[in-house]
Design a protein around this ligand. Structure first.
Ligand SMILES: Cc1cc2nc3c(=O)[nH]c(=O)nc-3n(C[C@H](O)[C@H](O)[C@H](O)COP(=O)(O)OP(=O)(O)OC[C@H]3O[C@@H](n4cnc5c(N)ncnc54)[C@H](O)[C@@H]3O)c2cc1C
Length: 409
């Protein structure tokens, strides 16, 4: 007979653990299935010098908030893992580690769920899918045609410059990870080629405060998914910026000044030959425009709210990227490139759920985690409800909402 439970939570990242915190408070029998370790995404999928981009004061798990003396600093990877370990020690969630859920389907009786796992089946009245959004490294198929002389790895497997072979590095993608890794590589003395994407730039600090502080005050992080002009906006990349060394803006023009070779989007490759789109200038304009618009939005908010803030300071108007030579073909061997780092993001896959609760993107159709299938929930996904649903800042509110819904059933 399969084991019967009230609630099964699938995924022991920050979302699954946060929900478990509330379910434990309710005294509800539940388990959290985690195929690896709690908070695995922080343990094995981030590079050595990784820091959060969100400031420490935004680290707010239910029952455990940042309590250090640097609220405006940025937690390192190992500090985040330390907090996850503290969280597990705090309330001892009923974790089943090393157990992977393989399917979730309706029971033959029509009430409740059967959850298949690699350690046998379970039955439950409620199932919460908290398996994250950044699940599978996304690497273009044409990577398979690239010469084996070049080592290829996804950003989730990059650790530090010393672990890479000697020679130049091609970083593909200039979102947060790609820009942060590029900075680390060229500062370590590596020659770097960066294939850019159309990603915005966030000025780290503006008019006396961190941009994350302003976005919070303005209410940007409280906008719900219904406020977006198009559902496709949920998948827009995050602007490049970093929390490293106390946090600073990452500017592709500065990269160009510092010797990085900027390229347009990579569209194909065969052997040692790489083809690039002639869209570098457009990508640079996207970054510059995003930074200008964010500053304008903050100015407008300051004016409207009457909040006291220092006058805007003229920032150096960097334009070096616009002077870069347009390159549409790159010979990896001739350029001395021995490594490609794919900072091309992640895809998600919720195919273990055998209910028709997905939109054309394969993203769950739900209202703040609650689906049309009674007892089936999602939690922790990027833009599940707001932009902070997938962040340490917003998980407590969403988890409380789902826990309350389960309690009311
Ligand atoms: C490069 C990068 C930088 C980021 N920076 C920040 C930041 O600065 N601030 C911030 O707040 N957020 C940041 N995030 C976002 C944040 O890391 C994620 O959104 C967060 O990890 C989501 O938590 P989660 O619990 O929903 O998912 P995850 O942390 O992905 O947890 C899901 C868990 O489910 C497990 N799992 C998956 N499938 C199964 C299965 N079938 N059976 C059992 N277990 C399963 C996985 O092993 C994993 O442990 C960043 C993300 C990335 C990728």
């Amino acid at each position: 007979m399969p084991e019967r439970l009230d609630t099964v939570v699938i995924g022991g990242g920050q979302a699954g653990l946060s929900l478990s915190y509330y379910l434990t408070q309710q005294g509800r029998t539940h388990i959290v299935l985690e195929k690896d370790r709690p908070g695995e995404a922080w343990r094995s999928k981030k590079w050595d010098s990784f820091t959060l981009v969100t400031p420490n004061w935004q680290f707010q798990l239910p029952g455990l908030a940042y309590d250090g003396d640097d609220p405006h600093g940025f937690l390192t990877r190992d500090q985040v893992v330390g907090y996850i370990d503290d969280y597990v020690a705090l309330f001892d969630p009923p974790l089943r580690l090393g157990v992977e859920a393989t399917f979730v389907e309706g029971k033959a009786s029509g009430r409740g769920f059967t959850i298949g796992t690699d350690a046998g089946s379970l039955e439950a009245s409620n199932v919460v899918i908290a398996t994250g959004t950044f699940q599978r490294p996304r690497i273009p198929i044409f990577s398979q045609g690239i010469t084996p002389d070049v080592i290829q790895l996804h950003s989730s497997r990059y650790r530090n410059p010393e672990r890479l072979p000697s020679g130049a590095v091609l970083v593909v993608g200039s979102g947060q990870s790609g820009a942060q890794i590029t900075e680390e590589l060229y500062q370590s003395g590596k020659q770097v080629y960066l294939s850019t994407s159309g990603v915005g730039r966030a000025p780290r600090r503006y008019r006396g405060k961190d941009f994350a502080w302003w976005l919070d005050k303005i209410g940007f992080v409280d906008q719900t998914v219904d406020d977006l002009e198009s559902p496709a906006e949920r998948f827009d990349p995050n602007p490049h910026v970093t929390g490293k060394n106390g946090g600073h803006t990452l500017n592709l023009h500065q990269f160009a000044l510092d010797g990085v070779t900027l390229l347009g989007r990579m569209e194909g490759a065969t052997g040692s030959h790489v083809r690039l789109v002639d869209n570098l200038m457009q990508n640079l304009r996207t970054g510059d425009k995003a930074a200008t618009e964010m500053k304008k939005g903050i100015d407008k908010f300051i004016e409207k709210s009457g909040i006291e803030a220092p006058e805007p300071k003229d920032e150096p108007q960097l334009r070096a990227g616009y002077e870069a030579r347009v390159i549409t073909e790159l010979d990896l061997e001739a350029a001395g490139v021995r490594t490609i780092i794919w900072a091309t993001g992640y895809s998600f896959d919720y195919s273990l759920v055998k209910f028709p609760v997905f939109d054309k993107f394969g993203y769950p159709v739900q209202k703040r985690g609650v689906t049309a299938q009674p007892g089936l929930y999602f939690l922790g996904l990027h833009w599940l409800h707001t932009i902070k649903s997938g962040l340490f800042l917003g998980i407590a509110d969403d988890a409380a909402h789902v826990a309350a819904h389960i309690d009311a059933r």
